[in-house]
Design a protein around this ligand. Structure first.
Ligand SMILES: Nc1nc2c(c(=O)[nH]1)N[C@H]1C(S)=C(S)[C@@H](COP(=O)(O)OP(=O)(O)OC[C@H]3O[C@@H](n4cnc5c(N)ncnc54)[C@H](O)[C@@H]3O)O[C@H]1N2
Ligand code: MOO
Length: 401
């Protein structure tokens, strides 16, 4: 039995950051990590662009303009957004222009139409204007060859916009995290099949799979397996070379059917630790088999979930080279609920709010899962340490999916 932090460190020491790159179209890329720095192939905009609907002019022509003595200029052309003529402006003239349209060469500003009489053939300008006003230079937004995004950046929807605006359709990303999830237990029934007496539906693998997918991970296998060592070993062998991480649930405690520790040992998996000094999820087992970490979580749904959070996020951060995935820890003040002292460190289901953390007041057994709909964190309750309203506590929390 080892402490959580020691167990996390032992696992972390055995993880290698993924380097394999794959090409991804940008509409598939949200949540993926860039494999390389991405540079702008073009400037945005590629032409000098009007920022307002109005008139392109030479600022020098408008210095004396006022409401009482407007400057009057002939309007020699009209340029709309998308106009692809290469025009050159002449001093002493104006061109009617719309937002987003290319400004003819020479004009150095755009008078907003509200500061004119909206003239068609001749425009009256009511105010002086400075050079560069409402005038977007080439590359105002993005300069050609600028670094747009750094390697290992996790791509977000606004970043897709940046890539698209620079005309980039595909990006190299780190191959998504590939995970296998094997829920063990002869009592487990698959969804869609009626339950026989003594059976329960497998729920653990659904929770785990959805968290894996929430960070762009690829669930290569999600299955159940009876309490049968041979069946399990066959399953493991069929998948181990295709994944970066294996989760199993159940079969890690001391019951007659808790076959995983002995089975993994028998096939030569290296044991990193078995059992942590905390509840729920005490019996967690971590191994490395054929260079792939195998995390064997407790079967009880809440214990499985707590084990998952305490080990998955840091593992994902290390394997994907993205510290942003790391398990989040914060000190918060308890605003409601209480816990009596216990003789082992406990993780207490709780709800993190803007003001602090609320302790869930009802059931805390690790076999009870249904109240987790209103939990988004766990409080780390030290051994022999009662908790009450107003106490500062350490909280592990996770992203909403
Ligand atoms: N004599 C002892 N008995 C137990 C001990 C102990 O120290 N001595 N430890 C207890 C603790 S603590 C836990 S936690 C459980 C964990 O046992 P396992 O991780 O080996 O899990 P199982 O026995 O396979 O299952 C426990 C429980 O969870 C249900 N289960 C399993 N898989 C799923 C699934 N995929 N979806 C939903 N529910 C699942 C299973 O039916 C059991 O009810 O052991 C205690 N026993
Ligand atoms: O360690 Mo077990 O997880 O109490 O429930």
């Amino acid at each position: 039995m080892i402490e959580l932090e020691q167990a996390q460190a032992r696992l972390d020491a055995r993880l290698k950051t993924k380097e394999k790159k794959v090409c991804c179209t940008i509409d598939q890329a949200v949540g993926c990590l860039l494999a390389e720095d991405v540079y702008a192939p073009i400037s945005v905009p590629q032409f000098c662009r009007s920022g307002m609907d109005g008139y392109a002019v030479f600022s020098a022509d408008c210095q004396t303009a006022s409401k009482d003595a407007p400057v009057r200029l002939p309007v020699v052309d009209e340029v709309l957004a998308g106009d692809n003529r290469l025009l050159t402006g002449k001093p002493g003239t104006a061109v009617r222009i719309m937002t987003g349209a290319p400004i003819p060469a020479g004009y150095d500003c755009v008078v907003c139409q509200e500061q004119t009489d909206y003239g068609k053939d001749t425009v009256s300008i009511f105010r002086p204007i400075r050079k560069g006003k409402n005038y977007a230079m080439i590359g105002e937004d993005i300069k050609k060859n600028d670094r747009l995004l750094a390697a290992r950046t996790c791509i977000t929807p606004p970043m897709l916009g940046i890539l698209a605006s620079a005309g980039i359709q595909q990006v190299p990303v780190i191959e998504p995290l590939k995970v296998a999830i094997i829920a063990t237990g002869s009592e487990l029934a698959e969804l869609g099949k009626p339950l026989s007496y003594g059976q329960i539906y497998n729920s653990n693998s659904y929770t785990i799979a959805s968290y894996v997918r929430s960070i762009g991970g690829d669930v290569v296998l999600q299955t159940t397996c009876g309490d049968d060592a041979d069946q399990f070993v066959n399953m493991l062998h069929s998948i181990i070379t295709k994944v970066d991480l294996v989760f199993t649930t159940g079969g890690v405690s001391v019951g007659k059917k808790d076959f995983l520790p002995a089975t993994l040992e028998k096939i030569g998996a290296e044991r990193l630790f078995h059992k942590i000094n905390a509840k729920p999820g005490t019996p967690i087992l971590a191994s490395v088999y054929k260079n792939v970490p195998v995390l064997s979580l407790s079967g009880n749904p809440f214990a499985s979930l707590v084990n998952f959070h305490l080990f998955f996020w840091n593992t994902a951060a290390r394997l994907m080279g993205n510290p942003g995935f790391s398990l989040k820890r914060k000190q918060l003040t308890v605003t409601s609920g209480q816990m009596a002292e216990t003789n082992i460190r406990r993780f207490i289901r709780a709800y993190k709010t803007d003001n602090g953390v609320e302790i869930y007041t009802k059931v805390h057994q690790s076999s009870v899962f249904s109240n987790l709909a209103s939990s988004n964190c766990v409080i780390d309750q030290p051994v022999k340490h009662p908790i009450t309203v107003g106490d500062k506590v350490d909280v592990y929390y996770w992203q909403d999916v």
